[in-house]
Design a protein around this ligand. Sequence first.
Ligand SMILES: C[S@@+](CC[C@H](N)C(=O)[O-])C[C@H]1O[C@@H](n2cnc3c(N)ncnc32)[C@H](O)[C@@H]1O
Length: 171
Amino acid sequence: MEDLEGRKELLKISGLKAGKVLDVGMGKCGCMSLFLARRGFKVTGIDISSWAVHKSRKEASRYKLKGSLEIRRANAEKLPFPDNSFDAVFAYHSLHHIKNVGEAIKEMFRVCKKGGLVVISDLHSKGRKEYEHEPDRDFMRKVGTYLKRQGTFVQKARTKINLMFIYRKDS
Ligand SMILES: C[S@@+](CC[C@H](N)C(=O)[O-])C[C@H]1O[C@@H](n2cnc3c(N)ncnc32)[C@H](O)[C@@H]1O
């Protein structure tokens, strides 16, 4: 799995061991959704692309996940879930693909339960270079600002390619 070490680090710093979680922008590999479902979490993965939904369902069928992973097509900027639905909401390498990242972060907090966590990992400048993405020096600072508006800081980490943020939803 791509960036397995990063995923392990993110889960470790989140302190999460179980629960009902949402993975926003799961991608065609469904990597973070599968990573979490295989570790006992009850996962819903969403992506705006029908192709990504089709491919990630196919990928998931290779594992015996016993109903612990549901995959749906949905827009991160308008999540089709009631308020306070998930113990934690993840976005791994997906925020930089979303048009209105501020709206997506707002939605992530809305569907997260009170006291739950919003768990984000995305590429910092060096990571963007490694993944051959256009530079955007301001992107992670913008993400940090949106997160601060919505919740309380819990933890932060930096890996070779990622900046990771964990925030708690207080109210
Ligand atoms: C790089 S992939 C995600 C990688 C994956 N999360 C992982 O764990 O490696 C980015 C995904 O974000 C999805 N995406 C972009 N805009 C979106 C939106 N508004 N709502 C949901 N998904 C979106 C894209 O379709 C794409 O599949």
